[in-house]
Write a protein that binds this ligand. Structure first.
Ligand SMILES: Cc1ncc(COP(=O)(O)O)c(C=O)c1O
Length: 381
């Protein structure tokens, strides 16, 4: 017998996965698709692994190791200016697991989450899996894909909206929200008595603009849950460590629901995360300066080819307008894969409002980006 729930059957197949599988299998394809750093985890973190393997063969505490949660709280106070303590922190297998558990912990059936789109493809299916309702607020190229608080005001529903999700620096647009916008979103959350879930997975990958945590704004302690991750900052996607910082009662609820998903976060990875928080910033700065060089090259080249691309301020993605070339980003991405042998991600993978755009990742070595762009230039001609 095969019985698959309707909920599961409704889950979208990520187109990105299909394209990236093809790219991974075919040696002749250059991938500008990756959603993760191409760098290897910094050496001091990897070297530490052999020292702590035999100390990590058991479950850790369910919300994460005490020493790690303490170190995270210290980091958040110092670097993000968020007032918090160990009881405000829960660790999980990547920020995705913590975010999913947070939806479970805070949303009843039919309650709404406002999701700016184009946005990270992990949000909408996760909200639907807990039988809540994602409501898109569109982000516009003319506004550098930054959230317009007036658009948010128009769709927020005081009764039904429980969460406003924001992602800065953003995947797939690279936008970094300004303090002014964050302050306005904060006011809207307070007026409507709802949470802000702030996904800050790319907080350290910023170029010309400073990252600001909405959770650091005056009076927001009870309204914001901040999600951060070791995945992008330390090139540690494979180790799966992320965390949330928020009001104590919410963190306790997240811990409870997360317990029934994974019992506890991976123990060995938590030791490595603790080590990561002690290494010099130069390891991160070196990666960011390489991303910056690639970004400058890629965005200049894309614009030269007539694919209008705003300069991303953070993360490692460029988001290009291809509306003059196609009415379907998916078909266009497939064509680029087939004819130019370059894998890219169609904007529609990031929600309906991504139609007409293509995401180019620059988490790929510069010589490969150069070759990929030569191929795309030939293809466009
Ligand atoms: C915006 C954003 N948030 C969250 C995640 C999940 O990251 P992780 O679960 O590795 O912490 C990703 C992964 O690509 C992402 O792009």
């Amino acid at each position: 017998m095969v019985h698959i729930s309707e909920r599961e059957q409704d889950l979208p197949e990520a187109l990105i996965a299909e394209l990236l599988d093809i790219a991974a299998e075919r040696k002749d394809v250059i991938s500008l698709g990756p959603g993760e750093p191409d760098f290897i985890t910094p050496k001091p973190i990897l070297d530490y692994a052999s020292k702590i393997l035999n100390k990590s063969t058991h479950y850790s505490a369910s919300p994460g190791k005490t020493e790690l949660r303490e170190a995270i709280a210290k980091k958040l106070r110092k670097e993000n200016k968020i007032k918090c303590d160990i009881d405000n922190i829960v660790v999980g297998a990547g920020s995705q697991e913590v975010l999913f558990s947070a939806f479970l912990a805070t949303l009843d059936v039919s309650e709404q989450v406002i999701v700016p789109t184009p946005g990270y493809l992990g949000y909408i299916p996760a909200i639907e899996l807990v039988n809540a309702v994602p409501v898109s607020v569109p982000l516009f190229e003319e506004n550098d894909f930054e959230l317009n608080p007036d658009d948010l005001k128009k769709i927020i529903d005081k009764k039904k909206t429980k969460v406003i999700l924001i992602n800065t620096p953003s995947n797939p647009t690279g936008t970094v929200f300004s303090k002014k916008v964050l302050e306005e979103v904060a006011d809207i959350a307070i007026e409507n008595d709802c949470y802000i879930f702030a996904d800050e997975a790319y907080e350290k990958i910023v170029y010309d603009k400073k990252h600001i945590s909405v959770g650091s704004l005056e009076g927001m302690e009870d309204h914001v849950v901040t999600f951060q991750s070791f995945s992008k900052t330390y090139a540690m996607t494979g180790f799966r460590v992320g965390y949330a910082c928020g009001p104590e009662a919410v963190i306790r609820a997240i811990t409870k629901s997360k317990h029934y998903v994974s019992l506890a976060p991976p123990h060995v990875s938590q030791f490595l995360a603790m080590k990561a928080l002690t290494i010099p910033n130069s390891y991160i700065n070196k990666m960011v300066s390489e991303y910056r060089e690639r970004r400058n090259f890629l965005v200049k080249r894309l614009n030269k080819l007539g694919l209008t691309t705003p300069m991303p301020q953070g993360a490692f993605y460029a988001f290009s307008n291809v509306k003059h070339l196609t009415s379907s980003s998916l078909e266009f991405a497939k064509k680029i894969l087939k004819e130019a042998k370059v894998a890219v991600v169609p904007g529609t993978d990031f929600g309906r409002d991504g139609e007409g755009y293509i995401r180019f990742s620059y988490a790929t070595k510069l010589p490969l980006i150069k070759r990929a762009m030569d191929r795309i230039e030939r293809f466009l001609k």
